[in-house]
Design a protein around this ligand. Sequence first.
Ligand code: NAD
Length: 262
Amino acid sequence: MVSLTGKTAVVTGSTSGIGLAYARTMAKAGANVVINGMGEAADIEKERSAIETEFKVKAIYSPADMTRPAEIADMVALGEKTFGSVDILINNAGIQFVSPVEEFPLDKWDAIIAINLSSAFHGIRAAVPGMKKRGWGRIISTASAHSMVASPFKSAYIAAKHGIAGLTKTVALELATHKITCNCISPGYVWTPLVERQIPDTMKARNMTKDQVIKDVMLAAQPTKEFVTSDQVASLALYLCSDEASQITGANLSIDGGWTAA
Ligand code: NAD
């Protein structure tokens, strides 16, 4: 069992889906957590207080918008000021948009690159000085099977996720002698609100029914024919935080039911 008592984890995009599972898993292992993301204030407060009650740790919420570099730096500073350190940074916030490349809206391209890629750079840039000073750190980003392979109609998302894999390798090399690891996790399809929301657009782009999108697009790529769960992704992140994982750095770890083996 990995113990993170005394450590602090910042998890971006943790008001929903995989990020919420990361935050709860880190807290369950004893870390104080900074949660972040969009949503109704009451729902976020419910999540925050549930983490404190269930896991007997401290949880605070940062409303940082991942399109705004200054707010990302403030989020890391808030974690350091409140808890004394940010030891684990999980770059997870992400959005999706599905459209043929020639019709891809410019604002959607910019938003996806900002939230899914640049925000990880800004978070890492802000968190690394403290990690270096303390001589320990874990940086984990949620990439995707789409950091390794492509699918049509997701140009911005796939460009951003390939970027995350490159950023991960570079940062890992720079920090290799500082006891700070930097890795990314590449899930296949995980059943979360993000996936649910892209069904209508994919139905339109491919002229398919909902069942066809689920079976012939989503799970067609996944040889196991099962969705990955958020908890499975979070368990892998927890392992990456352990001492046993100290020699795993610069890796892009698949958790995709065999998708990228094909
Ligand atoms: P989700 O929609 O359930 O959660 C996304 C989170 O990001 C939410 O908390 C949301 O509020 C937050 N977010 C969005 N825009 C933001 C912004 N501007 N500032 C701050 N927070 C913002 O999605 P999810 O499926 O849990 O996805 C989480 C990550 O996992 C994403 O990076 C996604 O690309 C990646 N991923 C998901 C799947 C999947 O199948 N669900 C597969 C591979 C990778």
